[in-house]
Design a binder for this molecule. Structure first.
Ligand code: IVH
Length: 699
C-alpha cells in the first residue's frame, strides 16, 4: 500500500491553486500565470486524479469547464453546453490525437479543418427567424451572462442574417465564436489609459472581456469589439461537414476568419501549425494557437465527447514567446500627466517577429517585485503579443557586480521631487507648468488624431517646434501663422509643407468642442468623459463655473475625475489658455441645438427596447436613454423598470413583462420621460447657480 498522504496533499494544493487562478482569470481578468503554466497545473491534477480516483475532491477544477458567472447581468442557460477544448503544446500530442481519431473512426477516411485560435471571449449568439435575439457569454459552460445589448455594438455582426439561395437555410440557429479586440484598438486604448494615468490592460483578451462586462453599451461600442464565428448549431442536421457550416456562416453574412483550411491528414495539419507560428504576428488579432476539428459531422458524433471537451477536436497552443536577455539600463519617462514610467533598456533580442530593445516596467512596485538589478539576465515576454514586459530574472545567472536599481526621488527631467499620491502605483512629477516632457507630451496630445487632428502638424513636428522654442502651449500653435517667415527657414520644412500646416491649423478651428476638451489633456478626461462633460455643460465657460460636486453628478463622471477637471478649470494658467484659444477661434462650445439635453433624469432606471420604432432608430433611442443616465439591458427580469414596445414586438417579451409586472410603455411615453430641448437643461441651471460671472472671460 503506497503512502497516499503526500498525493492527497498535492491534490489539495493543486485544487486550491487552480480554483484561485480560475477566479482571478474569469472574475477579475487577472492572469497570474501564463496559459501554459495553468494547463500544466491542470494536467498534473488530472494525472493524479486518474491514478488515484478516490482522492479526487468533489469540487475539483478538472470537473468543470471554467469561469463562473458574474452577478451584474441576467443569465441564460445554454441550449447546448459550451465545452472547452483539450489543449496541447506539443506536436507529438497532435500525432497522438490523430491516432485516437483514427482508432475511433475504425479506419474510415477522414479530414480535418484547421482554424486559428483567436484569443478573445467565447460567445453564443441566437438568431431567431433570421434576427439576432440574444448574445450569451460562456459563463460556467452551462449558464452564461446575457450581454445582447453589448454584442449588438459589434459593427461586423449582422443583426439580421442575409437570406441564402439555399431554400433550406435554417432560420433558428446558434452561432458560436470569439469576441475580440483588434490589436490596433487595444494599443490605442492602452495608450489612452496610460495618458490618463489609468492602469494598463494586460492583453486584448482582458480588454475584450472587460468591455463585454460594461453596463453601458455605448461605452462598449467605443471599444470597437469584433467577432469571428467558428461554429454553427442548428436543431436537426443541415450540413454534412464543419467546412460546409463555415461556408454557410459566411453566406449568411457572419464574419468568419478566412484563415481556415481543410487538411487531408495530420501532416497537412502540422504544415498549417508551422505556417502560422510566425505569420500570426502579422494579423491584427491576437491568436494563441490552432484549433483542429474533424470535418465530417457524422464522424464528430461518432467520436463523441469526454465530460469536458469533444474527442473530435483539439487546440494546439503556441508556447508564449519568451526570450532571455541582459538588462543594461533603466530610464524614466515622464508622461503627459507627470507619471514617471520606468523603461528597461535591453540587449536587443528577437522575439515573436520583432527585435525587442526595451520593455516597460510599469512602476516602482514591479521593479521591487521582480528584484531586478542592472546587469541581470531577464526573461521578456510579449504581453498580448505587443508590449514586451519583463516577467522574471535568471537569478542563477546574476553577475556578482549586478547593481540594485534605485528609483529616482526627483524628476529625471526637471529635478522636482517626485510625489506618490496615496493608492497610486506611479510616482509623479508635480511640476505641471515647468517640466518640459510634460509640456511637450501635452502638445503632442493636443494635435493627435483623436483630439484636434491637425493636418501637417504631427507629434514629431510639434515636438520639434517645442524644442526650438516656437510653441509651449496649445494656444501658441495659433500664433504660428504670424511666424511663417521663421518657419520656412527650418530644415525639412518647405513652403509647401508650411502652407499645408497652416491650413491644418486653420481647419482645426472647426473641430467640435468635445474633441477640443479631450485635447486639453485634463487628467482622467478621456474621449468618453469629454463627450459627457461637453454634452452636459455645452461650453468651456460653463465648465469654468462648475464645482467638482456638480460635475460628479454628470453620468459617467466619477468623483476623482470631477475633482481633477474642476481643479483644472480653476487654475489661472488654464483659464488664460482657454481665453487665448477662444480668441484664436477654437470651438469652446457645442454648436447647434441640443436635440435632447443630457441629464440624469433616467438614472437608476433600466430599459429593454423591443420591436421597431417610429420616431427614432433603436440606436438613437439607446443613445437618448444612456445620455440621460438610464441603462439598456437585453432581457426582461423582475428588476427591469420599463419595456419600451415598438411595432412587431415579440409576444414572448410582452408575456414575460406582464408576468413580472414590468410596465410596458410606447416610444412616445419614453420620450415624455426625457427633458425637452426648451427646458433649461442641467448645464444652464448649473451655470446660473454657479459662482461668479463668466462673461468677462469670453465676453
Ligand atoms: S471550437 C467544443 N474554434 O478557445 C469547443 N474555439 O477551449 C468548441 N476559440 O473558449 C470551440 N478560437 O472560445 C473553437 N476557431 C476556434 C476558436 C475557439 C478560439 C476559443 C473558444 C474556447 C476556447 C476553447
Amino acid at each position: 500500500m503506497p503512502d497516499t498522504s503526500a498525493v492527497q496533499q498535492r491534490i489539495q494544493a493543486l485544487t486550491e491553486r487552480l480554483h484561485h487562478l480560475n477566479h482571478q482569470y474569469y472574475q477579475l481578468d487577472v492572469s497570474e500565470v501564463s496559459d501554459q503554466e495553468f494547463d500544466q497545473l491542470l494536467a498534473e491534477l488530472q494525472g493524479l486524479e486518474a491514478e488515484y480516483p478516490d482522492l479526487a475532491l468533489p469540487n475539483s477544477p478538472t470537473r468543470r469547464v471554467g469561469g463562473t458567472i458574474t452577478k451584474q447581468f441576467p443569465t441564460a442557460v445554454h441550449r447546448y453546453p459550451m465545452l472547452s477544448l483539450g489543449n496541447t503544446y506539443s506536436e507529438d500530442d497532435l500525432r497522438e490525437f490523430d491516432e485516437r481519431v483514427q482508432r475511433g473512426l475504425e479506419g474510415a477516411p477522414y479530414a480535418y479543418v484547421c482554424e486559428l485560435k483567436i484569443d478573445g471571449v467565447a460567445m453564443s449568439l441566437r438568431y431567431e427567424h433570421g434576427q439576432l435575439v440574444q448574445g450569451v457569454t460562456r459563463g460556467d459552460g452551462t449558464r452564461g451572462d446575457v450581454v445582447t445589448a453589448n454584442v449588438r455594438t459589434i459593427r461586423t455582426l449582422p443583426l439580421a442574417l442575409r437570406p441564402d439561395p439555399d431554400p433550406d437555410q435554417p432560420q433558428d440557429l446558434e452561432v458560436r465564436g470569439e469576441v475580440f479586440m483588434p490589436l490596433p484598438v487595444f494599443a490605442e486604448l492602452n495608450a489612452e489609459r496610460e495618458q490618463n494615468g489609468e492602469p494598463l490592460l494586460a492583453n486584448p483578451r482582458n480588454a475584450a472581456s472587460g468591455a463585454l462586462k460594461l453596463q453601458d453599451s455605448t461605452q462598449v461600442a467605443a471599444r470597437k469589439l469584433r467577432f469571428y464565428a467558428y461554429s454553427l448549431l442548428t436543431p436537426g442536421r443541415h450540413f454534412t461537414s464543419h467546412s460546409a457550416a463555415l461556408e454557410a456562416l459566411s453566406r449568411y453574412g457572419l464574419p468568419v476568419s478566412d484563415t481556415w483550411r481543410r487538411a487531408a491528414n495530420i501532416s497537412e495539419v502540422l504544415d498549417f501549425v508551422h505556417y502560422w507560428a510566425k505569420k500570426r504576428f502579422d494579423l491584427p488579432v491576437a491568436t494563441d494557437g490552432i484549433v483542429i476539428k474533424v470535418d465530417n459531422l457524422r464522424q464528430q458524433d461518432q467520436l463523441g465527447y469526454t465530460a469536458k471537451s469533444p474527442r473530435w477536436a483539439i487546440a494546439y497552443k503556441y508556447p508564449a514567446e519568451a526570450a532571455r536577455t541582459r538588462l543594461n539600463e533603466v530610464i524614466y519617462n515622464v508622461g503627459r500627466t507627470g507619471a514617471v514610467t520606468p523603461v528597461a533598456l535591453l540587449t536587443p533580442v528577437p522575439l515573436a517577429g520583432t527585435v525587442v530593445k526595451r520593455a516597460t516596467l510599469h512602476n516602482a512596485n514591479q521593479i521591487g517585485l521582480l528584484d531586478l538589478r542592472l546587469g541581470d539576465l531577464v526573461y521578456v515576454e510579449k504581453g498580448g503579443e505587443i508590449i514586451p514586459k519583463i516577467t522574471g530574472v535568471d537569478l542563477a545567472a546574476r553577475p556578482a557586480e549586478a547593481v540594485p536599481i534605485s528609483y529616482p526621488t526627483e524628476c529625471p527631467a526637471c529635478g522636482t521631487p517626485l510625489v506618490r499620491p496615496e493608492g497610486e502605483a506611479h510616482f509623479r512629477c508635480p511640476n505641471e507648468r515647468g517640466c518640459r516632457p510634460q509640456l511637450k507630451a501635452r502638445l503632442e496630445h493636443y494635435v493627435s488624431r483623436r483630439a484636434l487632428n491637425i493636418d501637417g502638424l504631427g507629434a514629431e513636428t510639434v515636438g520639434r517646434f517645442f524644442d526650438l522654442g516656437l510653441v509651449a502651449t496649445p494656444a501658441d500653435i495659433y500664433d504660428l501663422p504670424t511666424r511663417r517667415a521663421e518657419l520656412v527657414t527650418l530644415e525639412r520644412l518647405g513652403e509647401k509643407s508650411i502652407d499645408n500646416l497652416l491650413a491644418g491649423i486653420a481647419a482645426s478651428k472647426q473641430v467640435p468642442f468635445p474633441r477640443v476638451l479631450f485635447g486639453l489633456g485634463i487628467r482622467y478626461v478621456g474621449e468618453t468623459v469629454a463627450q459627457k462633460l461637453a454634452a452636459h455643460y455645452r461650453s468651456a465657460e460653463a465648465l469654468m463655473s462648475a464645482s467638482a460636486e456638480e460635475m460628479a453628478a454628470v453620468p459617467e463622471v466619477g468623483g476623482v475625475i470631477a475633482l481633477a477637471a474642476a481643479q483644472w478649470f480653476q487654475q489661472p494658467e488654464n483659464r488664460e489658455l482657454l481665453e487665448r484659444l477662444h480668441r484664436a477661434g477654437v470651438q469652446l462650445a457645442v454648436t447647434g441645438e441640443a436635440p435632447v439635453p443630457a441629464s440624469d433624469r433616467l438614472a437608476g432606471l433600466t430599459f429593454v427596447l423591443s420591436g421597431v420604432f417610429e420616431q427614432h432608430s433603436r440606436d438613437e433611442l439607446q443613445q437618448l436613454i444612456t445620455s440621460n443616465g438610464g441603462k439598456i439591458t437585453g432581457s426582461i427580469s423582475k428588476k427591469l423598470s420599463y419595456l419600451v414596445a415598438g411595432d412587431n414586438m415579440g409576444p414572448a417579451k410582452r408575456e414575460k413583462a406582464l408576468s413580472f409586472k414590468v410596465p410596458i410603455i410606447s416610444e412616445a411615453e419614453l420620450l415624455a420621460l426625457l427633458p425637452t430641448a426648451e427646458e433649461p437643461s442641467a448645464p444652464e441651471a448649473v451655470a446660473a447657480a454657479g459662482p461668479g460671472s463668466q462673461g468677462e472671460l469670453f465676453g
